[in-house]
Design a protein around this ligand. Sequence first.
Ligand code: NAD
Length: 417
Amino acid sequence: MQAGAEEHISIGQTAQTQFNTAAEAMNLDDEVRVLLTTPFREIRVEIPVRKDDGSLGVYSGYRVQFNGARGPFKGGLRYAPEVDIDEVRGLAALMTWKTALVDIPFGGGKGGINVDVKDLNIYELERLTRKFISRISRILGPYRDIPAPDMYTNAQTMAWIFDEISGRQGYSPACVTGKPIALGGSEGREAATGRGVVMVFEEFAKLEGWVPADMTAAIQGFGNVGTFAATFLDELDVRVRAISDITGGYFNENGVDIKAALAHRAEVGSLEGFAGCERITNEELMALDVDMLVPAAMGGVINRDNSDQIKARIVLEAANAPCTSIGQIHLEDKGVYIIPDILANAGGVTVSYFEWVQNIQQFKWDEERVNSELGVIMRASALKVHAAAKQKNVSLRTAAFIIAIERVAEAEKLRGV
Ligand code: NAD
């Protein structure tokens, strides 16, 4: 984790603090607070995998179904060494608020395996994924719990999940989203999170009078979300001065050539060796003098240790939980404008919802329709959050949480305890 000395502030704690702040602001009933912060179900399974060299790797897999009052549990699967129950629980909670905020008929869930994908080849990763799914398949399904990609999982991972579950439940394309197009994936899903991030940014730019073509940005993370966020910001003529991935940061005062960076990544698999830029560290990227910082990698990267060095006046949260609670307070004290994750990166789960709808109806939408429907939801959600923050005199994050909590609380109440 890059959370430095603040490592003990986990994503779970961050999500809980964000909930508490909103609960206080809306004077939420104590019983409802307990109901909405207690996960419905948490599972941990052992996943033994025989490696190609004959050795045995044993990993821990998690799935947390946080709240399903508004629909089946929905949330990504993350493969990373730091995955633990607290992180998965926190991310599952955030999914609950995210799906409610953009008003799609899902609850919140999340899963993960504590594995470093660099240690496994593709055949070993397939065995790991299949074994994990076989051990939790009873709680998954199109109307129970629907996984999707997250860090270090992708469309291929989702294809294996589709195959495992369909083998047990019959042809079930709606059991997982983020699938390859050939297996019922949706047009536009791959780009959806990054596209949604930039749609939300555009909406706020209009509301606040920012001129994208006059703005500079730095983006941390150049994976699924970071590459598409970079592409669409570049299309708006925002000057992206720095990008980064696990190999470090790449800075160009006049703007990074995003198309060249994408081509380099496609060829090499990472940004390592990307020319035409000065090498900087990920820490230096966070402290750059740019208008907007776009964290698009892991959580906790804006924290007690580095928040006083951040010079950007806008933080567009493409990653999940990039600010710890203390990091957020420091930024707010400096007047930094934070566009919160549960709004900014909701484009992925929104197009996952479209994928699920298309799979259930066995009817295919073209990309134009997907992007246009995505735009309707992202823009309406951004406007609603902006208006609620003004009306209640709270931060955008607290406004987003209040909208989400009200929806989940109402569904819980109507269903009865
Ligand atoms: P990804 O695996 O495709 O990419 C992750 C990127 O982060 C890679 O470029 C990797 O090199 C970089 N990275 C990893 N460790 C790093 C480090 N220590 N310093 C700097 N960079 C580092 O993952 P993704 O799907 O793009 O997800 C990124 C973030 O967005 C995560 O927080 C995820 O939860 C969130 N998110 C993803 C989606 C989605 O649809 N994929 C949706 C919503 C939110």
